[in-house]
Design a protein around this ligand. Structure first.
Ligand code: PLP
Length: 390
């Protein structure tokens, strides 16, 4: 069986080393030493000055919306995980959807201004599958209309944009450290901001609103995380470079093997600082996508329709048709991608997909804008093992 993803697990011994220290200290949660150590190491690793480690990515979104005091309408993307939209509604704001770009799958900045009204207070955009949004264009629009910007960077661990961690952009960025993400703490998340007052506010909000012993300066919630989760993060951080390397290799391998398949790949705007968190392919038609999915399932290979359906179709929002998003969402599949995926399994997936489309040997490699990823080394390695699809 090949699942769409598998969580990374460090050696049991490595984790137990940290657990032993928790038992010795008997300090389980409330800003413990492992939580502090993880925050420090994450800052070092990501090259950033500030972050708050929190319960999960969804609470991180809610904290961000609350700390910015957003009200009224929030412009957002219909192509994301449900938490992006549900957090807006949960905080009492109204999501206003703006369609996505057909190539990058991110919110289309050219369509944002038409959606701004007197009630708009912010833009909440997702860097879809870790592919950076057009951050400069979004910032210009936000500045012109005095709007706040939040980035849902749940897929973005390790992604850099213009030589900085992508978490440094927007008034606030959030991420998820859930077990299915490339770096995880089983459950967990982070909020990031470069504004000291906002950081302080969220730090207080994370801990019930306490600003000192027996003093509360603000409303708060319990968004703290615990020593056991931090221990998993400290272990996994030791392996994250290897995980990133391995994913890049598998991603390039997919591109090479599927280069001739009649599908659309995600357009990556700055591929060299990308993290290869997902491998989405968009088929020509929904039928072809379904047929491909079924063929793979017969071989016990499980893909995921991700993201599907469009968030603009949720039962608790004002439904709107989003032609580009609806079309992409109906035809997209994320193929299996995780650090221990065997290249022989990847070859099998490629073979099955190519067979569905009566692949023609003479077709040219279509994935031309990925030239820099299919390095000479990978190409010569793979040429030695031709893919026999029959
Ligand atoms: C995973 C994810 C979230 C939610 O994070 P949790 O840690 O699972 O709460 C939010 N947005 C996106 C885009 C995600 O993929």
């Amino acid at each position: 069986m090949i699942p769409v993803t598998k969580p990374f697990l460090p050696a049991e011994k490595e984790f137990k080393g940290y657990v032993k220290t928790i038992w010795e200290r008997q300090w389980l949660t409330n800003n413990g030493p492992l939580v502090n150590a993880l925050e420090l190491k994450l800052k070092e690793y990501l090259g950033i000055d500030h972050l708050l480690y929190v319960t999960n990515g969804t609470i991180a979104l809610q904290l961000a919306i609350k700390a910015l005091g957003l009200t009224g309408e929030v412009i957002t993307t219909p192509f994301s995980f449900v938490a992006t939209t549900s957090s807006i509604v949960w905080q009492g704001c109204e999501p206003v959807f703006v369609d996505i770009d057909a190539g990058t799958f991110n919110i289309d900045p050219a369509k944002i201004e038409a959606a701004i009204t007197a009630k708009t207070t912010a833009i909440l955009a997702t860097h879809v599958f870790g592919n950076p949004c057009d951050i400069d264009a979004i910032k210009k629009i936000a500045d012109r209309h005095n709007l706040k910007v939040i980035y849902d960077a749940a897929h973005c661990f390790g992604v850099r944009y213009k030589n900085k961690s992508i978490f440094e952009y927007g008034d606030i960025s959030i991420t998820s450290f859930h077990a299915t993400k490339l770096f995880h703490t089983i459950e967990g998340g982070g909020v990031f901001t470069k504004q000291p007052e906002l950081l302080k506010k969220m730090a207080i909000m994370r801990n019930f609103g306490y600003s000192g012993v027996d003093t509360f300066s603000d409303q708060g919630i319990n968004a703290k995380n615990c020593e056991l989760h931090a221990a998993m993060g400290l272990c996994n951080l030791n392996h994250v470079d290897e995980i990133l390397r391995q994913r890049k290799k598998l991603y390039s391998h997919y591109l090479y093997r599927l280069g001739k398949l009649d599908v659309q790949f995600q357009k990556l705007e700055n591929a060299e600082d990308y993290n290869y968190a997902y491998f989405p392919v968009v088929f020509k038609t929904e039928e072809l996508m379904k047929e491909s999915k079924e063929k793979l399932e017969l071989a016990q290979i499980y893909c995921r329709r991700y993201f599907y359906p469009s968030l603009s179709a949720l039962p608790y929002v004002n439904n709107s048709t989003m032609p580009v998003c609806d079309s992409i969402a109906s035809r997209i599949l994320c193929l299996p991608l995780y650090h221990t995926l065997a290249t022989s399994d990847l070859d099998l997936i490629a073979r099955l997909l190519l067979r569905v489309q009566n692949f023609d040997e003479n077709d040219k490699l279509k994935a031309t804008h990925f030239g820099e990823l299919i390095t000479g080394q990978i190409e010569s390695e793979l040429k030695k093992q031709p893919l026999n699809i029959n």
